[in-house]
Ligand binder design. Structure first.
Ligand SMILES: *Cc1c(COP(=O)(O)O)cnc(C)c1O
Length: 424
């Protein structure tokens, strides 16, 4: 005895502060200073000419991304939400086209589809990987389907090989939302580089960051060009440039600044080290927690690596005598930081439940009655819904500067709570 839970008045397992994750250092500060001192914070011009593709740091950053990820083209953006939106425009989406996407992701994976008046169709996820399930995708393909947005959620690569073969058979385009998985690999290649377009977020919360930012990668020159156009007021230049296909050339301003690009160049060099560190912490945690009953830990297939933006877990709630909320509350009381419950069910957000996106009249759906065929009701994605409602627990591995000692104390907290599940 003596192991009273902190939530019941016992001693806290982690009585010390675990500091925030920090990827930035002196080098980024110096790089930012030099750009500011140069007086040129953006080299972009919204007209046809040398400035159309951005300033020197933007170009250098994109060049470095192509080398790092071994792709032919990289196009930077002021966010990965912008990158996703441009990617979906670049593949030539028509209003009413259906795009299959996971609901267990951040909202931008789906709203980027809506920006072109196309219809998001939600497929269920694989309970082991939390990524879109190719079997579920296959069932949802109709003559209206144009593309699949495959999300490498939490840092783990989706079943990209199967999704690409489905796409090939059905003539679809695939976009990887690899926002959370830069540096993860599939058969030795980087996640995000195995589809028609992939890309990474450079948001403050991600493995590497420029504050706000994102970058798309592709081997297809036309798709890269289309994205660069959508990024920078395409409509103003397509005539002068001589572009014949002007569909979706309603431009935005999605341009990355020079300061961000200069910081991105340095962050890119740190990516491998930062990801390796997350992997080593996660592997330690998995090894520590492997003796716990009733909880599924990340299972890594032999040909893949995980970048552990988030450390995902699934409770076997049928076998566990306490509800998830109580378990998480007890772990938090022990001092475990960064715990989350449930993540997202995008199809259950009001925008989809009420089918109101553009204006108040129900557009784009009002133009395409009966779509999508599987609707947005609760029940269309049972695995993702169950994860959201009762089974999924996460640890934000990329939000804290965990040491080995911290990870061991987190593990100890789990064992302590598991020892008292009957009394929670
Ligand atoms: C962070 C994130 C995005 C959006 O990236 P931003 O750079 O923040 O716009 C999209 N998809 C997923 C899965 C993300 O985690």
């Amino acid at each position: 005895m003596g192991l009273d839970l902190a939530i019941q008045g016992g001693q806290k397992t982690i009585s010390w502060e675990i500091g925030p994750y920090r990827s930035l250092g002196e080098e980024e500060a110096r790089a930012a200073y030099e750009v500011v001192a140069s007086g040129v914070l953006s080299g972009f011009l919204g007209e046809w000419g040398p400035g159309f593709y951005g300033g020197p740091h933007v170009k250098k950053f994109e060049e470095a991304v192509t080398e790092k990820f071994d792709v032919k083209h990289a196009v930077s953006f002021n966010s990965w939400t912008s990158g996703l939106t441009a990617a979906l425009g670049a593949i030539g989406l028509e209003p009413g086209d259906e795009v299959i996407v996971s609901p267990f992701t951040m909202a931008a994976s789906a709203t980027a589809i809506l920006h072109w008046n196309a219809i998001p169709v939600f497929a269920d996820v694989d309970p082991r990987t939390y990524c879109i399930d190719p079997g579920s995708v296959q069932k949802l393909i109709t003559p209206h389907t144009k593309a699949i947005v495959s999300v490498d959620i939490f840092g783990y690569p989706a079943a990209t090989e199967q999704i690409m073969s489905l796409a090939e058979i059905n003539g679809l385009k695939v976009i990887s939302d690899t926002a959370q998985a830069p540096g993860a690999t599939v058969g030795g290649r980087f996640a995000g580089t195995l589809t028609h377009i992939g890309g990474y977020s450079l948001n403050y919360h991600k493995h590497i960051q420029t504050g706000e930012g994102g970058v798309a990668v592709t081997d297809d020159a036309t798709l890269a060009e289309n994205m660069a156009l959508i990024r920078n007021h395409a409509e103003a230049v397509v005539g002068k440039m001589g572009k014949a296909d002007i569909s979706n050339m309603v431009g935005f301003n999605m341009r990355l600044g020079e300061v961000e690009a200069a910081i991105g160049l340095i962050q890119l060099e740190k990516l491998e080290r930062l990801v390796t560190r997350r992997q080593s912490l996660a592997e330690r945690l998995s090894e520590n927690l492997s003796g716990l009953a009733g909880i599924q830990l990340p299972a890594i297939e032999r040909d893949r690596t995980h970048s552990y933006y988030v450390y995902p877990m699934t409770l076997a709630s049928d076998q566990i005598p306490a509800p998830r909320s109580k378990i998480v509350e007890a772990l938090r009381a022990e001092g475990v930081p960064g715990l989350g419950e449930g993540y997202q069910n995008i199809h259950r957000l009001p925008i989809f439940q009420k089918r109101i996106a553009y204006g108040s009249g129900g557009y784009p759906w009002a133009s395409f009655p009966g779509r999508p065929a599987n609707g947005y009701e609760k029940g269309i994605c049972p695995v993702a819904e169950r994860l959201y409602d009762q089974d999924f627990v996460s640890l934000a591995l990329c939000s804290f500067d965990f040491s080995e000692r911290d990870i061991d104390a987190v593990s100890e907290s789990f064992y302590k709570v598991w020892g008292s599940l009957d009394n929670l």
